[in-house]
Ligand binder design. Structure first.
Ligand code: XCC
Ligand code: SF4
Length: 628
């Protein structure tokens, strides 16, 4: 019997999602859309950024209609309130990414000191390049070099050095623009801390000054914490190469032990992937009646192991609960970020075991087995052992796995794209100059129950590639695109004639998967490389970014560093800023003159595509290229 209501059809464009919503209904289980409905109507003050609970003289609210209070108890007006709230949001995202990066650096240090069994250096060429960038002696043996690099990168977090090394990848003109505004990032933790300080009651009470610090803390993420996470992950686990895999709930297997890896870090997940190949554990699984051990990924931990190991992707943010509703999951292992605190309740409705692995991220209903570089390898094995044993408790009558897996190719690191082009950016630049490719857009970010799941991503991207715009993607957007079939070489057929010809010549899809959320730094590195190759600043390139379904603080931070790096960025969901005309105007218009880029907000993805296309043609004109 179909328990879904007709209105459920408006929640997602994905048949596998809808099938599992129906199963959740039939089994009386609550999922994210139910809780979203229960929150209606959402607070209008908060939506506008006009509520404040920074101190306990408050909470305070400002009346957007002008009848009620126009100031908080301390005297903060609407502009101060909105700017402070936004600043804290951006700092939250930067803190999350950067703290994730720190875990990778700590592990690199442990590897260098010989204290991390099972971990090693997978990409020595990248280790060498980074060592050169950070002034580490080239002649050192590999492990010593890893240690010295880790120690050098730790300086990026502090207050001694005063600049971020990765920013030196940018054209000098970009750095000069930052210096003119006073937003060149100094240290990762420094900028986060200063944002928190400035937004304490009675510190920075100038909306513009607050927003400048928001730009600076975002840059400390993009060219600091996130980039560290990406680069060190490549050193430890390998720089991604094109890898064939599959996507959607159908990658779960009825006759195998299913393990889901969820969160953002590759540290535990890589160890689980490795342990799952152990013949002894496979034999034990077979003893219990399973045909094998099926490791799949979800959200960005999923992207990490998909990009490097070809591990199938079960789904994006709004699928996390539904994956458990299949009843086919022995174990879900999480690290941190974007993990719904509801997972414990859902796991308890099935035989599923829910494991947390980060001391900084505990959840109700979970078993906590903390990771450390010293014990990570053993932890990976223990998690697989537990999953295999749990297979015996699965209740086949409750299992329903919807969907047929869709093929996808993933793993387009900057290094691989450059290689595919023959080791130089020239062929890509030639195709752009000739107008075969009009430009490139990063379509990135989350799912949000305010948007029909995956409709924003896929509608925008389909229209962009039809119009000869190359799309690169990360995060949950990448999962949406893969499910739509955009990541197969055959998807070249969906592209306009120019892009299609380029894709067919190179044997690549028109939508290139560049990784997880922290891997948005691959996109800005690509942009910087193209700008350097052309001898221009990033804002002169025919590039844009979009986050059609974003929800998280991290996404706000990514969008902010994209704009501050010179990339026009279109959001599909309104950030909580409309309560201040000054803040809104600064974001939509005021950054154009000093930084060459702005934010735009457009919930309709078809119209967002139009905005992006006219932006790209304007940038082409600016470069003296033929424009439409
Ligand atoms: Fe989270 Fe990275 Fe957003 Fe997905 S896309 S919902 S942040 S998992 Ni980055
Ligand atoms: Fe109210 Fe000001 Fe305190 Fe905010 S900081 S809660 S506006 S008194």
């Amino acid at each position: 019997m179909d328990h879904s209501s007709p209105s459920d059809k408006n929640l997602s464009i994905q048949p596998d999602t809808l099938a599992m919503i129906a199963k959740a209904r039939a089994e009386g289980l609550e999922v994210v859309w139910d809780r979203a409905a229960a929150q209606e109507p959402q607070c209008g003050f908060c939506e506008l950024g006009l509520s404040c609970r920074i101190c306990v003289m408050g909470p305070c609210r400002i009346d957007p209609f002008g009848d009620g209070p126009q100031r908080g108890i301390c005297g903060a007006d609407a502009h101060i309130m909105v700017a402070r709230n936004l600043g804290r949001m951006v700092a939250g995202g930067a803190a999350a990414h950067s703290d994730h990066g720190r875990d990778l650096v700590e592990t690199l240090l442990a590897v260098g000191e010989g204290k991390a069994p099972g971990f090693g250096i997978a990409d020595t060429a990248k280790l060498d390049r980074l060592a050169a960038e950070f002034g580490v002696e080239a002649e050192l043996p590999t492990l010593d070099k890893a240690k010295e690099l880790a120690l050098a990168i730790m300086e990026e977090y502090g207050i001694k050095k005063g600049y971020l090394t990765f920013t030196r990848r940018l054209p000098e003109v970009r750095l000069e623009k930052w210096r003119a505004l006073g937003i060149e990032p100094r240290g990762v933790d420094w900028e986060v801390t200063e944002m928190m300080h400035r937004t304490h009651m009675g510190v920075d009470n100038d909306a513009t000054n607050l927003l400048l610090q928001a730009l600076r803390v975002a840059l400390a993420d993009g060219w600091g914490g996130s980039m560290i996470a990406t680069e060190i992950s490549d050193v430890l686990f390998g720089t991604p190469k094109p890898t064939a895999s599959q996507v959607n709930l159908g990658v779960l297997k009825e006759d195998q032990v299913n393990i889901i890896l969820h969160g953002h870090s590759p540290l535990v997940s890589e160890m689980v992937v490795r342990a799952a190949q152990d013949p002894k554990l496979l034999a034990r699984a077979q003893e219990l009646g399973a045909k094998g051990i099926n490791v799949v990924g979800l959200c960005c931990t999923g992207n990490e192991v998909l990009m490097r190991q070809g591990i199938p992707m079960v789904g994006n943010h709004l699928v996390q609960e539904l994956a458990l509703v299949t009843g086919a999951v022995e174990t879900i292992v999480v690290d941190y970020q974007c993990i719904m605190p509801s997972l414990g309740d859902l796991a308890a409705c099935y035989h599923t075991k829910f494991y947390t692995t980060a001391t900084k991220a505990k959840f109700p209903g979970a078993i906590h087995l903390p990771f450390s570089p010293e014990t990570g390898e053993a932890l990976g094995r223990e998690l697989v052992v537990q999953a295999v044993e749990n297979f015996a408790l699965r209740r086949p009558e409750r299992v329903l796995i919807p969907g047929t897996p869709v093929a996808q190719v993933s793993g387009f690191s900057v290094e691989v794209i450059e290689q595919a082009l023959g080791g130089t950016w020239e062929p890509l630049l030639t195709a752009i100059k000739a107008g075969q490719i009009r430009g490139a857009v990063g379509v990135v970010g989350c799912n949000n129950p305010k948007v029909v799941q995956d409709y924003g991503h896929t509608t925008l991207t389909r229209k962009l590639i039809e119009n000869d715009i190359l799309v690169v993607d990360t995060g949950c957007a990448a999962v949406a695109h893969a499910k739509a079939g955009f990541k197969q070489a055959e998807a070249a057929e969906l592209a306009g004639p120019g892009l299609k010809a380029v894709c067919q010549a190179l044997g690549i899809p028109p939508v290139l998967h560049m990784g997880s959320c922290v891997d948005n730094t691959r996109i800005i590195n690509l942009a910087a490389a193209l700008a350097q190759a052309l001898g221009v600043d990033l804002d002169q390139l025919p590039l844009a970014a979009a986050a059609p379904e974003w929800y998280s603080e991290k996404a706000a931070t990514i969008a902010t560093y994209a704009v501050a790096s010179g990339i026009y960025t279109v959001l599909g969901v309104m950030p909580p800023v409309l309560g201040s005309s000054a803040v809104t105007d600064l974001l939509l218009n005021g950054l154009e003159a000093p930084l060459g880029a702005t934010f735009a907000v457009e919930p309709d993805p078809t119209k967002a595509a139009d905005l992006i296309m006219s932006h790209i043609e304007a940038k082409r004109r600016g470069l003296g290229l033929k424009a439409r």
